[in-house]
Design a protein around this ligand. Sequence first.
Ligand code: NAP
Length: 481
Amino acid sequence: MICLTLAHKTIDECVSDVRMNRQYIDLCELRVDFLCDKDRERAYLFPSLVDVPVILTVRRKEDGGAYSASEKRRKELLLRCLDGDFAYVDIESDIKKGDVEEKAKQKGVKIIRSLHDFSGVPSDIYSKIYNLSQKGGIAKVCLYLNSFSDVLTLFRIQEELKGVEKIVIGMGPYGVCTRILYHFLGSILTFASSNEAAPGQLSAAELKRIYRADKINDRTAIYGIIGNPVSHSFSPVIHNQGFKTINYNAVYVPFLVDNIRAFFSLAETLKIRGFSVTIPFKNEVLSFLGNVTREVKQIGSCNTVVRVPGMWKGINTDYYGFIAPVLPEIESSRIKSALVIGAGGASKAIVWALRNYGVKVIILNRTLERAEDLARMNFCQYDSLDNISKYSKTVDLIVQTTPSGMVPYEDENPAEGYVFSGNEIAYDIVYKPKMTKFLIEAEKAGCTLKFGSQMLIEQGKLQFEAFTGYHYPQSIILDEE
Ligand code: NAP
Protein backbone atom coordinates (compact mmCIF):
# COMPACT_ATOMS: atom_id res chain seq x y z
CA MET A 1 0.00 0.00 0.00
CA ILE A 2 1.14 3.54 -0.69
CA CYS A 3 0.25 5.88 2.16
CA LEU A 4 0.24 9.65 1.64
CA THR A 5 1.51 11.58 4.65
CA LEU A 6 -0.43 14.81 5.09
CA ALA A 7 1.68 17.38 6.91
CA HIS A 8 -0.24 20.61 6.31
CA LYS A 9 -1.58 23.51 8.39
CA THR A 10 -5.24 23.12 7.40
CA ILE A 11 -7.75 20.34 6.81
CA ASP A 12 -8.61 21.90 3.43
CA GLU A 13 -4.99 21.54 2.27
CA CYS A 14 -4.98 17.92 3.42
CA VAL A 15 -8.19 17.16 1.53
CA SER A 16 -6.89 18.74 -1.66
CA ASP A 17 -3.58 16.84 -1.33
CA VAL A 18 -5.54 13.57 -1.14
CA ARG A 19 -7.65 14.55 -4.16
CA MET A 20 -4.56 15.42 -6.19
CA ASN A 21 -2.88 12.11 -5.35
CA ARG A 22 -5.95 9.90 -5.19
CA GLN A 23 -4.99 7.79 -8.22
CA TYR A 24 -1.61 6.90 -6.65
CA ILE A 25 -2.52 6.07 -3.05
CA ASP A 26 -4.27 3.39 -0.99
CA LEU A 27 -4.52 5.28 2.29
CA CYS A 28 -3.31 8.45 3.98
CA GLU A 29 -1.90 9.55 7.32
CA LEU A 30 -3.28 12.71 8.89
CA ARG A 31 -0.49 14.36 10.83
CA VAL A 32 -2.66 16.25 13.30
CA ASP A 33 0.50 17.67 14.89
CA PHE A 34 1.08 19.83 11.79
CA LEU A 35 -2.45 21.27 11.79
CA CYS A 36 -3.14 24.74 13.19
CA ASP A 37 -4.92 24.82 16.58
CA LYS A 38 -8.32 25.56 15.03
CA ASP A 39 -8.12 22.61 12.62
CA ARG A 40 -6.77 20.21 15.25
CA GLU A 41 -10.15 20.67 16.98
CA ARG A 42 -12.04 19.48 13.89
CA ALA A 43 -9.55 16.79 12.82
CA TYR A 44 -12.08 14.10 13.78
CA LEU A 45 -14.10 15.15 10.70
CA PHE A 46 -11.29 14.44 8.27
CA PRO A 47 -11.99 10.72 7.53
CA SER A 48 -15.51 11.67 6.37
CA LEU A 49 -14.03 14.15 3.84
CA VAL A 50 -11.87 11.64 1.93
CA ASP A 51 -12.52 8.25 0.36
CA VAL A 52 -9.43 6.39 1.62
CA PRO A 53 -8.66 4.83 5.02
CA VAL A 54 -6.87 7.28 7.31
CA ILE A 55 -4.13 6.81 9.92
CA LEU A 56 -4.41 9.16 12.90
CA THR A 57 -1.04 10.49 14.11
CA VAL A 58 -0.15 13.21 16.62
CA ARG A 59 3.64 13.07 16.56
CA ARG A 60 5.78 14.64 19.32
CA LYS A 61 8.66 16.98 18.48
CA GLU A 62 11.26 14.51 19.79
CA ASP A 63 9.96 11.88 17.34
CA GLY A 64 10.25 14.21 14.34
CA GLY A 65 6.76 15.70 14.67
CA ALA A 66 5.40 19.17 15.45
CA TYR A 67 3.43 18.59 18.67
CA SER A 68 4.95 20.40 21.64
CA ALA A 69 2.12 20.70 24.21
CA SER A 70 1.86 18.37 27.22
CA GLU A 71 1.30 14.62 27.04
CA LYS A 72 -2.00 15.08 28.84
CA ARG A 73 -3.26 17.40 26.10
CA ARG A 74 -1.93 15.11 23.38
CA LYS A 75 -3.90 12.23 24.89
CA GLU A 76 -7.06 14.40 25.04
CA LEU A 77 -6.54 15.34 21.40
CA LEU A 78 -6.13 11.71 20.35
CA LEU A 79 -9.31 10.75 22.22
CA ARG A 80 -11.26 13.59 20.58
CA CYS A 81 -10.00 12.63 17.13
CA LEU A 82 -11.06 9.04 17.69
CA ASP A 83 -14.68 10.25 17.54
CA GLY A 84 -14.06 10.26 13.78
CA ASP A 85 -13.80 7.17 11.57
CA PHE A 86 -10.06 6.64 11.47
CA ALA A 87 -8.85 3.22 10.29
CA TYR A 88 -5.58 3.23 12.28
CA VAL A 89 -4.08 5.15 15.18
CA ASP A 90 -0.33 5.56 15.65
CA ILE A 91 0.84 5.25 19.27
CA GLU A 92 4.51 5.59 20.22
CA SER A 93 6.13 2.53 21.77
CA ASP A 94 7.17 4.23 25.01
CA ILE A 95 3.76 5.69 25.80
CA LYS A 96 1.03 4.02 27.80
CA LYS A 97 -2.28 5.36 26.55
CA GLY A 98 -4.75 3.05 28.21
CA ASP A 99 -7.90 4.99 27.34
CA VAL A 100 -6.71 5.79 23.80
CA GLU A 101 -6.06 2.09 23.18
CA GLU A 102 -9.37 1.14 24.73
CA LYS A 103 -11.34 3.62 22.64
CA ALA A 104 -9.50 2.51 19.49
CA LYS A 105 -10.33 -1.14 20.21
CA GLN A 106 -14.00 -0.34 20.90
CA LYS A 107 -14.24 1.45 17.55
CA GLY A 108 -12.36 -1.25 15.61
CA VAL A 109 -9.43 1.11 14.90
CA LYS A 110 -6.16 -0.78 14.30
CA ILE A 111 -3.24 0.22 16.51
CA ILE A 112 0.20 0.98 15.06
CA ARG A 113 2.97 0.88 17.69
CA SER A 114 5.76 3.11 16.48
CA LEU A 115 9.39 3.63 17.31
CA HIS A 116 11.47 6.47 15.81
CA ASP A 117 15.21 6.77 15.84
CA PHE A 118 16.79 9.72 14.05
CA SER A 119 20.30 8.78 15.19
CA GLY A 120 20.57 5.45 13.39
CA VAL A 121 19.65 1.78 13.49
CA PRO A 122 19.81 0.34 17.05
CA SER A 123 21.94 -2.81 17.30
CA ASP A 124 18.98 -4.71 18.79
CA ILE A 125 16.49 -3.59 16.15
CA TYR A 126 15.13 -7.09 15.45
CA SER A 127 14.20 -7.70 19.09
CA LYS A 128 12.80 -4.15 19.35
CA ILE A 129 10.40 -4.86 16.46
CA TYR A 130 9.51 -8.23 17.94
CA ASN A 131 8.75 -6.67 21.34
CA LEU A 132 6.55 -4.01 19.71
CA SER A 133 4.58 -6.69 17.91
CA GLN A 134 4.03 -8.55 21.17
CA LYS A 135 2.04 -5.60 22.51
CA GLY A 136 -0.61 -6.29 19.84
CA GLY A 137 -1.23 -4.28 16.67
CA ILE A 138 1.19 -3.41 13.89
CA ALA A 139 4.85 -2.79 14.80
CA LYS A 140 6.29 0.29 13.08
CA VAL A 141 9.92 1.45 13.02
CA CYS A 142 11.23 4.62 11.35
CA LEU A 143 14.99 4.68 11.40
CA TYR A 144 17.51 7.13 9.99
CA LEU A 145 20.03 5.23 7.84
CA ASN A 146 23.58 6.59 8.12
CA SER A 147 25.29 4.23 5.69
CA PHE A 148 24.70 1.42 3.23
CA SER A 149 25.40 -1.12 6.01
CA ASP A 150 22.23 0.20 7.68
CA VAL A 151 20.36 -0.54 4.43
CA LEU A 152 21.63 -4.10 4.62
CA THR A 153 20.45 -4.43 8.24
CA LEU A 154 16.97 -3.25 7.24
CA PHE A 155 16.64 -5.70 4.35
CA ARG A 156 17.54 -8.56 6.72
CA ILE A 157 14.60 -7.74 9.00
CA GLN A 158 12.30 -9.88 6.90
CA GLU A 159 14.54 -12.97 7.25
CA GLU A 160 14.45 -12.54 11.03
CA LEU A 161 10.80 -11.56 11.50
CA LYS A 162 8.83 -13.10 8.67
CA GLY A 163 5.45 -13.61 10.38
CA VAL A 164 5.34 -10.18 12.08
CA GLU A 165 2.89 -7.57 10.76
CA LYS A 166 5.06 -4.48 10.47
CA ILE A 167 5.85 -1.15 8.88
CA VAL A 168 9.55 -0.50 8.29
CA ILE A 169 10.85 2.84 7.05
CA GLY A 170 14.45 3.77 6.27
CA MET A 171 14.80 7.56 6.46
CA GLY A 172 17.37 9.81 4.79
CA PRO A 173 19.08 9.53 1.38
CA TYR A 174 20.28 5.95 2.00
CA GLY A 175 16.69 4.95 2.77
CA VAL A 176 15.21 5.79 -0.65
CA CYS A 177 15.71 2.21 -1.92
CA THR A 178 13.94 0.86 1.19
CA ARG A 179 10.94 3.09 0.55
CA ILE A 180 10.58 1.66 -2.97
CA LEU A 181 11.36 -1.98 -2.08
CA TYR A 182 9.25 -1.97 1.08
CA HIS A 183 7.74 -5.31 0.10
CA PHE A 184 11.18 -6.91 0.57
CA LEU A 185 11.40 -5.43 4.09
CA GLY A 186 8.13 -7.20 4.88
CA SER A 187 6.56 -3.75 5.39
CA ILE A 188 2.81 -3.56 4.74
CA LEU A 189 3.10 -0.02 3.41
CA THR A 190 5.40 2.78 2.35
CA PHE A 191 4.92 6.48 2.98
CA ALA A 192 4.89 9.19 0.31
CA SER A 193 4.38 12.92 0.58
CA SER A 194 3.99 16.01 -1.54
CA ASN A 195 6.32 18.05 0.65
CA GLU A 196 8.96 15.52 1.91
CA ALA A 197 7.37 15.32 5.37
CA ALA A 198 10.21 12.98 6.41
CA PRO A 199 13.78 12.86 5.01
CA GLY A 200 14.06 10.81 1.81
CA GLN A 201 10.32 10.56 1.18
CA LEU A 202 9.30 10.26 -2.48
CA SER A 203 6.09 11.58 -3.98
CA ALA A 204 3.16 9.21 -4.42
CA ALA A 205 3.32 9.76 -8.19
CA GLU A 206 6.99 8.69 -8.27
CA LEU A 207 6.32 5.57 -6.21
CA LYS A 208 3.34 4.54 -8.31
CA ARG A 209 4.16 5.77 -11.81
CA ILE A 210 7.92 5.35 -12.00
CA TYR A 211 8.53 2.43 -9.62
CA ARG A 212 5.11 0.69 -9.49
CA ALA A 213 6.12 0.11 -5.86
CA ASP A 214 2.70 -1.23 -4.86
CA LYS A 215 2.90 -3.95 -7.53
CA ILE A 216 6.24 -5.35 -6.35
CA ASN A 217 5.94 -8.94 -5.12
CA ASP A 218 8.22 -11.90 -4.34
CA ARG A 219 8.65 -12.64 -8.05
CA THR A 220 9.70 -9.09 -9.02
CA ALA A 221 13.20 -9.01 -10.51
CA ILE A 222 15.32 -6.24 -8.99
CA TYR A 223 17.70 -4.06 -10.99
CA GLY A 224 19.21 -0.74 -10.06
CA ILE A 225 21.96 1.82 -10.22
CA ILE A 226 24.76 2.23 -7.69
CA GLY A 227 26.48 5.57 -7.26
CA ASN A 228 27.24 8.45 -4.93
CA PRO A 229 25.46 10.75 -5.64
CA VAL A 230 22.67 8.89 -7.41
CA SER A 231 19.45 10.80 -6.77
CA HIS A 232 19.88 12.85 -9.98
CA SER A 233 19.87 9.74 -12.17
CA PHE A 234 17.42 9.52 -15.06
CA SER A 235 18.10 5.78 -15.48
CA PRO A 236 15.13 4.70 -13.26
CA VAL A 237 12.80 6.46 -15.70
CA ILE A 238 14.42 4.78 -18.72
CA HIS A 239 14.39 1.24 -17.32
CA ASN A 240 11.12 1.23 -15.40
CA GLN A 241 9.23 2.57 -18.43
CA GLY A 242 10.85 -0.16 -20.51
CA PHE A 243 9.91 -2.92 -18.03
CA LYS A 244 6.32 -1.70 -17.91
CA THR A 245 6.01 -1.58 -21.68
CA ILE A 246 7.27 -5.12 -22.22
CA ASN A 247 5.17 -6.34 -19.27
CA TYR A 248 8.19 -7.53 -17.30
CA ASN A 249 7.69 -7.91 -13.55
CA ALA A 250 10.83 -5.96 -12.62
CA VAL A 251 11.87 -2.74 -10.89
CA TYR A 252 14.94 -0.53 -11.26
CA VAL A 253 15.97 1.28 -8.07
CA PRO A 254 18.56 3.97 -7.19
CA PHE A 255 20.99 2.71 -4.51
CA LEU A 256 23.07 5.38 -2.80
CA VAL A 257 26.20 3.44 -1.88
CA ASP A 258 29.18 4.31 0.33
CA ASN A 259 30.62 0.82 0.50
CA ILE A 260 30.57 -1.34 -2.61
CA ARG A 261 31.21 -4.57 -0.65
CA ALA A 262 28.05 -3.94 1.39
CA PHE A 263 26.14 -3.45 -1.87
CA PHE A 264 27.33 -6.81 -3.25
CA SER A 265 26.15 -8.40 -0.03
CA LEU A 266 22.70 -6.84 -0.50
CA ALA A 267 22.73 -7.96 -4.14
CA GLU A 268 22.90 -11.56 -2.85
CA THR A 269 20.22 -11.00 -0.18
CA LEU A 270 17.81 -9.51 -2.73
CA LYS A 271 18.97 -11.64 -5.68
CA ILE A 272 19.54 -8.46 -7.70
CA ARG A 273 19.76 -9.42 -11.39
CA GLY A 274 21.80 -6.53 -12.72
CA PHE A 275 22.74 -2.92 -12.13
CA SER A 276 24.19 0.20 -13.66
CA VAL A 277 27.32 1.71 -12.18
CA THR A 278 27.98 5.40 -11.96
CA ILE A 279 30.37 7.81 -10.30
CA PRO A 280 32.58 6.89 -8.39
CA PHE A 281 32.42 3.08 -8.75
CA LYS A 282 33.19 2.34 -12.40
CA ASN A 283 36.70 1.17 -11.61
CA GLU A 284 36.21 -0.13 -8.08
CA VAL A 285 33.51 -2.52 -9.28
CA LEU A 286 36.00 -4.41 -11.49
CA SER A 287 37.47 -6.44 -8.64
CA PHE A 288 34.04 -7.95 -7.88
CA LEU A 289 33.45 -9.26 -11.41
CA GLY A 290 34.13 -12.80 -12.58
CA ASN A 291 33.81 -12.04 -16.26
CA VAL A 292 34.17 -8.86 -18.33
CA THR A 293 33.68 -8.03 -21.99
CA ARG A 294 36.51 -7.01 -24.32
CA GLU A 295 35.47 -3.33 -24.02
CA VAL A 296 35.66 -3.39 -20.22
CA LYS A 297 39.09 -5.01 -20.38
CA GLN A 298 40.40 -2.48 -22.85
CA ILE A 299 38.71 0.58 -21.37
CA GLY A 300 39.34 -0.47 -17.76
CA SER A 301 35.93 0.80 -16.65
CA CYS A 302 32.52 -0.83 -16.27
CA ASN A 303 29.09 0.81 -16.19
CA THR A 304 26.83 -2.26 -16.37
CA VAL A 305 26.84 -5.46 -14.31
CA VAL A 306 24.64 -8.49 -14.94
CA ARG A 307 24.25 -11.72 -13.02
CA VAL A 308 25.35 -14.78 -15.02
CA PRO A 309 25.53 -18.32 -13.61
CA GLY A 310 27.91 -18.33 -10.64
CA MET A 311 29.28 -14.79 -11.08
CA TRP A 312 28.83 -11.16 -12.07
CA LYS A 313 29.66 -10.03 -15.60
CA GLY A 314 30.77 -6.49 -16.47
CA ILE A 315 29.84 -4.64 -19.67
CA ASN A 316 30.53 -1.11 -20.89
CA THR A 317 27.69 0.62 -22.73
CA ASP A 318 29.11 4.15 -22.28
CA TYR A 319 31.31 3.53 -25.30
CA TYR A 320 28.39 3.00 -27.69
CA GLY A 321 26.18 5.52 -25.92
CA PHE A 322 28.76 8.25 -26.30
CA ILE A 323 29.64 7.63 -29.92
CA ALA A 324 26.08 7.31 -31.29
CA PRO A 325 25.24 11.09 -31.25
CA VAL A 326 28.53 12.09 -33.00
CA LEU A 327 28.95 9.11 -35.32
CA PRO A 328 27.51 10.87 -38.42
CA GLU A 329 29.97 13.77 -37.96
CA ILE A 330 32.90 11.37 -37.45
CA GLU A 331 31.96 9.33 -40.50
CA SER A 332 31.64 12.47 -42.64
CA SER A 333 35.07 13.66 -41.36
CA ARG A 334 33.53 16.78 -39.81
CA ILE A 335 35.20 15.56 -36.60
CA LYS A 336 38.88 14.68 -36.99
CA SER A 337 40.28 16.04 -33.71
CA ALA A 338 38.95 16.25 -30.17
CA LEU A 339 39.77 17.77 -26.80
CA VAL A 340 38.55 15.60 -23.91
CA ILE A 341 38.28 17.24 -20.48
CA GLY A 342 38.61 14.71 -17.64
CA ALA A 343 40.28 11.34 -17.31
CA GLY A 344 37.84 9.40 -15.10
CA GLY A 345 35.72 6.32 -15.75
CA ALA A 346 33.50 7.85 -18.44
CA SER A 347 36.44 9.55 -20.14
CA LYS A 348 38.20 6.19 -20.52
CA ALA A 349 35.31 4.86 -22.60
CA ILE A 350 35.06 8.11 -24.58
CA VAL A 351 38.77 8.37 -25.43
CA TRP A 352 38.82 4.73 -26.41
CA ALA A 353 35.76 5.19 -28.66
CA LEU A 354 37.19 8.27 -30.37
CA ARG A 355 40.55 6.61 -30.95
CA ASN A 356 38.83 3.52 -32.33
CA TYR A 357 37.24 5.77 -34.97
CA GLY A 358 40.58 7.37 -35.81
CA VAL A 359 39.95 10.75 -34.13
CA LYS A 360 43.05 12.58 -32.86
CA VAL A 361 42.58 13.18 -29.10
CA ILE A 362 44.10 15.53 -26.53
CA ILE A 363 43.22 14.74 -22.90
CA LEU A 364 43.17 17.53 -20.33
CA ASN A 365 42.80 16.66 -16.66
CA ARG A 366 43.07 18.31 -13.27
CA THR A 367 45.40 15.51 -12.11
CA LEU A 368 48.09 15.29 -14.76
CA GLU A 369 49.12 11.69 -13.97
CA ARG A 370 45.65 10.35 -14.74
CA ALA A 371 45.65 12.17 -18.07
CA GLU A 372 49.08 10.73 -18.79
CA ASP A 373 48.00 7.14 -17.98
CA LEU A 374 44.95 7.39 -20.19
CA ALA A 375 46.90 9.04 -23.00
CA ARG A 376 49.54 6.28 -22.88
CA MET A 377 46.90 3.56 -23.17
CA ASN A 378 45.33 5.24 -26.19
CA PHE A 379 48.35 6.75 -27.94
CA CYS A 380 47.23 10.34 -27.66
CA GLN A 381 48.35 13.73 -26.30
CA TYR A 382 47.67 15.03 -22.79
CA ASP A 383 48.10 18.14 -20.71
CA SER A 384 47.04 19.77 -17.46
CA LEU A 385 43.55 21.26 -17.41
CA ASP A 386 45.20 24.50 -16.26
CA ASN A 387 46.58 24.91 -19.80
CA ILE A 388 43.20 24.68 -21.52
CA SER A 389 43.39 28.17 -23.06
CA LYS A 390 46.33 26.96 -25.19
CA TYR A 391 43.99 24.65 -27.07
CA SER A 392 41.37 27.28 -27.94
CA LYS A 393 40.01 27.03 -31.50
CA THR A 394 42.25 24.05 -32.36
CA VAL A 395 39.79 21.11 -32.43
CA ASP A 396 36.58 19.96 -34.13
CA LEU A 397 35.05 18.43 -31.00
CA ILE A 398 35.36 19.38 -27.32
CA VAL A 399 33.98 16.87 -24.80
CA GLN A 400 33.35 17.70 -21.15
CA THR A 401 33.44 14.48 -19.07
CA THR A 402 33.86 15.72 -15.46
CA PRO A 403 31.02 16.07 -12.93
CA SER A 404 31.83 19.77 -12.74
CA GLY A 405 28.69 21.56 -13.99
CA MET A 406 26.37 18.81 -12.78
CA VAL A 407 23.91 19.50 -9.96
CA PRO A 408 24.84 20.73 -7.34
CA TYR A 409 27.89 22.23 -9.11
CA GLU A 410 25.89 24.08 -11.80
CA ASP A 411 28.01 27.24 -11.45
CA GLU A 412 31.21 25.45 -12.45
CA ASN A 413 32.70 25.25 -15.93
CA PRO A 414 35.90 23.18 -16.12
CA ALA A 415 36.64 24.65 -19.57
CA GLU A 416 36.95 28.18 -18.16
CA GLY A 417 39.62 29.92 -20.25
CA TYR A 418 38.90 28.00 -23.47
CA VAL A 419 37.83 30.32 -26.31
CA PHE A 420 35.37 28.71 -28.74
CA SER A 421 35.75 29.41 -32.44
CA GLY A 422 32.09 28.55 -32.96
CA ASN A 423 32.95 25.78 -35.41
CA GLU A 424 33.45 23.14 -32.73
CA ILE A 425 30.90 20.58 -31.72
CA ALA A 426 30.58 20.93 -27.93
CA TYR A 427 29.50 17.78 -26.09
CA ASP A 428 28.84 17.72 -22.34
CA ILE A 429 28.17 14.26 -20.93
CA VAL A 430 26.58 15.78 -17.79
CA TYR A 431 22.82 15.48 -18.25
CA LYS A 432 21.47 17.33 -15.22
CA PRO A 433 21.11 20.18 -16.00
CA LYS A 434 20.76 19.73 -19.75
CA MET A 435 22.31 23.16 -20.44
CA THR A 436 25.47 23.27 -18.35
CA LYS A 437 27.58 26.42 -18.03
CA PHE A 438 30.02 24.83 -20.50
CA LEU A 439 27.26 24.36 -23.11
CA ILE A 440 25.85 27.85 -22.53
CA GLU A 441 29.27 29.35 -23.38
CA ALA A 442 29.58 27.09 -26.44
CA GLU A 443 26.11 28.04 -27.66
CA LYS A 444 26.92 31.76 -27.31
CA ALA A 445 29.88 31.21 -29.65
CA GLY A 446 27.64 29.44 -32.19
CA CYS A 447 28.84 25.85 -31.62
CA THR A 448 26.73 22.78 -32.40
CA LEU A 449 25.72 21.16 -29.11
CA LYS A 450 25.49 17.50 -28.05
CA PHE A 451 23.89 16.63 -24.74
CA GLY A 452 24.62 14.15 -21.96
CA SER A 453 20.99 13.06 -22.10
CA GLN A 454 21.55 11.77 -25.66
CA MET A 455 24.43 9.59 -24.45
CA LEU A 456 22.48 8.50 -21.39
CA ILE A 457 19.50 7.35 -23.41
CA GLU A 458 21.62 5.45 -25.94
CA GLN A 459 23.71 3.67 -23.28
CA GLY A 460 20.55 2.99 -21.24
CA LYS A 461 18.89 1.24 -24.16
CA LEU A 462 21.89 -1.07 -24.47
CA GLN A 463 21.81 -1.76 -20.73
CA PHE A 464 18.15 -2.65 -21.05
CA GLU A 465 19.07 -5.28 -23.65
CA ALA A 466 21.78 -6.66 -21.36
CA PHE A 467 19.32 -6.80 -18.44
CA THR A 468 16.28 -8.26 -20.21
CA GLY A 469 17.44 -9.77 -23.49
CA TYR A 470 14.87 -7.54 -25.27
CA HIS A 471 15.37 -4.46 -27.44
CA TYR A 472 14.27 -1.23 -25.75
CA PRO A 473 10.65 -0.60 -26.82
CA GLN A 474 10.61 1.79 -29.76
CA SER A 475 7.21 3.12 -28.71
CA ILE A 476 8.75 4.93 -25.71
CA ILE A 477 9.73 8.52 -26.41
CA LEU A 478 12.16 9.46 -23.67
CA ASP A 479 12.03 13.10 -22.73
CA GLU A 480 15.61 14.37 -22.81
CA GLU A 481 14.77 17.11 -20.31
P1 NAP B 1 35.01 9.79 -12.27
O1 NAP B 1 35.51 8.47 -12.69
O2 NAP B 1 34.96 10.08 -10.81
O3 NAP B 1 35.94 10.91 -12.96
C1 NAP B 1 35.79 12.24 -12.70
C2 NAP B 1 36.75 13.07 -13.58
O4 NAP B 1 36.39 14.43 -13.45
C3 NAP B 1 38.21 12.98 -13.16
O5 NAP B 1 39.01 13.12 -14.29
C4 NAP B 1 38.37 14.19 -12.23
O6 NAP B 1 39.66 14.73 -12.22
C5 NAP B 1 37.49 15.18 -12.93
N1 NAP B 1 36.95 16.20 -12.03
C6 NAP B 1 36.13 16.00 -10.99
N2 NAP B 1 35.79 17.17 -10.43
C7 NAP B 1 36.43 18.13 -11.15
C8 NAP B 1 36.48 19.53 -11.06
N3 NAP B 1 35.78 20.20 -10.12
N4 NAP B 1 37.21 20.21 -11.96
C9 NAP B 1 37.90 19.56 -12.91
N5 NAP B 1 37.91 18.22 -13.04
C10 NAP B 1 37.17 17.51 -12.16
O7 NAP B 1 33.55 10.08 -12.85
P2 NAP B 1 32.86 9.46 -14.17
O8 NAP B 1 32.23 8.17 -13.86
O9 NAP B 1 33.84 9.55 -15.30
O10 NAP B 1 31.65 10.48 -14.40
C11 NAP B 1 31.89 11.82 -14.72
C12 NAP B 1 30.59 12.53 -15.06
O11 NAP B 1 30.04 12.01 -16.25
C13 NAP B 1 29.48 12.42 -14.02
O12 NAP B 1 28.87 13.68 -13.90
C14 NAP B 1 28.53 11.42 -14.60
O13 NAP B 1 27.19 11.63 -14.16
C15 NAP B 1 28.66 11.74 -16.08
N6 NAP B 1 28.31 10.59 -16.94
C16 NAP B 1 27.31 10.74 -17.85
C17 NAP B 1 26.98 9.70 -18.68
C18 NAP B 1 25.88 9.84 -19.67
O14 NAP B 1 25.37 8.82 -20.14
N7 NAP B 1 25.52 11.04 -20.04
C19 NAP B 1 27.68 8.49 -18.60
C20 NAP B 1 28.71 8.38 -17.69
C21 NAP B 1 29.02 9.44 -16.86
P3 NAP B 1 40.81 14.16 -11.24
O15 NAP B 1 41.41 12.98 -11.98
O16 NAP B 1 41.74 15.29 -11.10
O17 NAP B 1 40.13 13.76 -9.96
